[in-house]
Design a binder for this molecule. Structure first.
Ligand code: F6R
Length: 246
């Protein structure tokens, strides 16, 4: 039995528009909001829609701040596959957000622990995340929180699972180039957001989405923890929602 909002869209484009409605509402109600952002294929229709809506004068990012979920260890802002570069190309370069107000973990840090601690502190100083956008990995990961024996609390360094490296290989020339580690907000960081928007599109996400939303809450399926968050909205397209019967 789902106790959160579950919205089914016809296709990924419609999912993007419905997600943009939620972002728009927050940006209008609180122009200085803190947006928790994600990379990957799933949010792309949302980002395209947000860019179009700002150009059309329907919303503004001028005062907004953003914090991203994660970054590959060892990749700098200029690397074509870094998440900082992804965000620049797919969102930040096309909206009015002030670049100094966009935060992504520093993949090139020489002191991982200090960088992770500072990232947590930054989120706290910003006043916490108003809405955290999430995609879901085929193994149930959120951010780069992979299945494990416990729920990691804070921003930390992780070794990437083979399934995740393989899924992300499509962006690199070869599997050898896919980083083996990353920095990610912890499950505790994600859960402290005031609102969570989980997006899932495509038939390949149907099984893991139903396990995350309807199965037992376990760190072996990190996204299952969302069942315990008080304000979650799930937007799935028909293909991803196909195994959810309510
Ligand atoms: C991205 C992230 C990941 C992705 C997930 C799904 O910043 O943290 O958890 O959301 O791997 O990726 P896509 O959307 O490419 O299927």
């Amino acid at each position: 039995m789902l106790h959160y909002e579950f919205i089914v869209a016809q296709n990924p484009e419609e999912a993007g528009k419905l997600a943009a409605d939620i972002f728009q509402e927050i940006l209008l109600a609180k122009p200085r909001c803190v947006l928790g952002l994600a990379t990957g294929s799933t949010p792309l229709p949302l980002y395209r829609e947000l860019i179009a809506r700002e150009k059309a004068g329907q919303l503004s990012f001028a005062q907004a701040r953003s914090v991203n979920l994660d970054e590959y260890k060892g990749l700098g802002p200029d690397h074509p596959q870094s998440y900082r570069r992804f965000m620049q190309e797919n969102l930040f370069d096309h909206i009015s957000i002030d670049p100094v107000n966009t935060y992504v973990p520093d993949g090139l840090t020489r002191n991982s622990q200090a960088m992770c601690a500072e990232y947590e502190k930054k989120i706290e100083t910003l006043g916490g995340v108003d809405i955290q956008l999430l995609g879901i990995g085929h193994d149930g990961h959120i951010g780069f929180n992979e299945p494990c024996d416990f729920f990691p609390a804070a921003t930390h360094e992780v070794e990437l699972e083979e399934i995740t490296r393989q899924a992300n290989q499509r962006f690199f020339d070869s599997i050898a180039e896919v980083p083996t580690a990353a920095y990610t907000m912890g499950i505790g960081t994600v859960m402290s957001a005031r609102q969570i928007l989980l997006m899932a599109t495509g038939a390949d996400k149907a099984d893991i989405l139903s396990r995350a939303l309807l199965g037992p809450v376990t760190p072996q399926v990190p996204a299952s923890i969302l069942q315990f968050h008080p304000h979650v909205t799930v937007i799935a397209d028909q293909a991803a929602a196909s195994l959810i019967r309510r």
